[in-house]
Design a protein around this ligand. Structure first.
Ligand code: SF4
Ligand code: SF4
Length: 225
């Protein structure tokens, strides 16, 4: 029987380890929240990027929220190690930690004009609760068997599943645009040109304005003032 996961109060260690991968619409929401909270050291770097040769742009499908010069997420309160946006909007990566994608493989297929992906999960032993309470066999079991992972960490796995749903919205929208002839995609990591990098949410919305934040976050209107 694998132990039930319980996050340590006032730990915040995972908010100091590395940049946090966020979705394009999350980068927009986090920028708005930082503005509202007066947080000035929020910055992002593009994460996974594909190229649209028709539009002459590189499309960022994810961003890396950078740690600040204190080595912390800009939303972490340094005094009590609490997340300042916990009750507003916490990125899916934060909500799913320590249950995280080990590998995300994008499939950009020019013949089928298809954007697809596969995800493999891992339970991160960087988390002290994981390190102290789970054996390597437990971690292997949870990584391979989602039913066991759900029993041990239901909220974290749910957030990871939600991230798959969201990733699917992006993949399906880009596939639809490709097949309708609006874009011509290349999965070259965006490295082959100096074309500008655009946020995938904003770029897709130019063609599909019906794609709104509500489809990603149902209560978004209550989150943003
Ligand atoms: S998930 Fe782990 S590392 Fe992150 S705050 Fe909780 S106990 Fe700490
Ligand atoms: S957004 Fe909150 S939970 Fe996520 S890394 Fe920053 S402080 Fe931690």
């Amino acid at each position: 029987m694998v132990a039930t996961f319980k996050c340590l109060p006032n730990c915040g260690y995972c908010c100091t380890i590395s940049p946090v991968t966020v979705f394009p619409h999350e980068a927009l929401i986090l920028s708005r929240l930082a503005e509202e909270l007066g947080i000035r050291d929020l910055s992002f770097k593009p994460g996974y990027v594909i190229t649209d040769v028709k539009g002459g742009v590189r499309i960022a499908l994810s961003y890396l929220m950078q740690l600040n010069d204190k080595g912390m997420c800009p939303f972490l309160d340094p005094n009590d190690k609490k997340c300042l946006i916990h009750s507003l909007y916490k990125p899916l990566t934060c909500r799913s930690f320590p249950y995280l994608p080990r590998v995300i493989r994008y499939i950009i297929d020019p013949e089928l004009k298809l954007v697809d992906f596969t995800v493999e999960f891992v339970v991160s032993s960087l988390c002290p609760v994981v390190r102290n309470n789970y054996t390597p066999e437990d971690l292997e079991l949870m990584s391979r068997n989602i039913k066991i992972a759900i029993k041990a960490m239901p909220r974290e796995v749910e957030a990871a599943q939600e991230a798959i749903r969201v990733r699917r919205i992006y993949a399906n929208a880009l596939t639809a645009l490709w097949r309708a002839g609006y874009v011509e995609l290349r999965g070259d990591g965006g490295n082959s040109t100096n074309w500008p990098i655009v946020n995938a949410f904003e770029y897709i919305r130019q063609f599909i304005p019906q794609l709104t934040l509500d489809q990603f976050i149902p209560n978004v209107r209550h989150i943003l003032k």
